[in-house]
Design a protein around this ligand. Structure first.
Ligand code: NAD
Length: 252
């Protein structure tokens, strides 16, 4: 079950956190993983970990918000079976405390970055007879987390993008879904706490963990397992759907 033997998979932001866990798991399931990353050292480290375990992986330094870089990088990769739009950045602020610069920066990475990858990948997926697209959104898109105005909006755009792409390419044998994690313990969360709550790291970590009904943050490996299922042949009947993975955050 859930084998990805010889599937060519692009994972953006695959050098850290959720993307890294996906890269490691997908390679274990036989995929050839292509990590597209701003942080080339983190990407190279992930590739070393995968290849040391006998898997196949390559890294490409690329800023997903730069369309030409994305087009050039996807051309280097060539055949694609699966695209995972996972790279993302966070921002704290409400509508009246978010600067235009910060608003644009969040949208450039979280929304335009995903669009750039779709633009480059879809012709390659079609040429290949179809494929799978998985987008990493967030529960912020459904509940509008306090003080995450631009971030929540950007993830809402990912929900709409998922529906649009699923509908537009259903006859091209392309499935498109998204996943919406609540807080997952990754460098993304650690960096956020360190930046905004210096000296109170443990207290805030505890508070954020307990704010989720299940009483803890998710693990990147748990999110990767859901991604693997959605990108496997076993999920062939699933498209245009958002999957919360949230310890009960939305429903309880
Ligand atoms: P992370 O910061 O650990 O990893 C994100 C990776 O994306 C980093 O390696 C970073 O270098 C890369 N990246 C950032 N901007 C980039 C760009 N312009 N081009 C290429 N690569 C870029 O974060 P994570 O927690 O693993 O988050 C991954 C995704 O999951 C993000 O889209 C995030 O919004 C989403 N998410 C995370 C959480 C959480 O609690 N961790 C919750 C919901 C959604």
């Amino acid at each position: 079950m859930f084998k990805l033997t010889n599937k060519s998979v692009i994972i953006t932001g695959g050098g850290s956190g959720i993307g890294k866990a996906m890269a490691v798991l997908f390679a274990q399931q036989g995929a050839e993983v292509h990590i597209i990353e701003l942080n080339d050292q983190a990407a190279a480290d992930t590739v070393s970990e995968i290849t040391a375990a006998g898997g196949k992986a390559t890294s490409y330094a690329c800023d997903v918000s730069n369309q030409q870089q994305v087009i050039d990088t996807f051309a280097k990769v060539g055949k694609i079976d699966i695209l995972i739009n996972n790279a993302g950045i966070a921002h704290i602020g409400k509508a009246d405390t978010t600067s235009t610069e910060d608003f644009e920066r969040v949208f450039n990475v979280n929304v335009k970055g995903a669009y750039n990858c779709l633009y480059a990948a879809i012709p390659a997926l079609k040429a290949n007879g179809g494929g799978i697209i998985l987008n990493t959104a967030s529960i912020a898109a459904s509940v509008g987390i306090t003080d995450r105005f631009a971030y929540s909006m950007s993830k809402g755009a990912i929900h709409a993008m998922t529906l649009s792409v699923a509908r537009d390419y259903i006859n091209d044998n392309i499935r498109c879904n998204c996943i919406s994690p609540a807080r997952v313990h990754t460098p993304f969360v650690d960096g956020f706490i360190a930046k905004n709550y210096a000296g109170r790291e443990e207290e805030i970590f505890e508070k954020l963990s307990k704010s989720q009904p299940i009483g803890r943050m998710g693990k990147p490996e748990e999110v990767a397992a859901l991604a693997l299922y959605l990108c496997s042949d076993e999920a062939g009947f699933i498209t245009g759907t958002d999957y919360p993975i949230d310890g009960g955050f939305i429903t309880l």
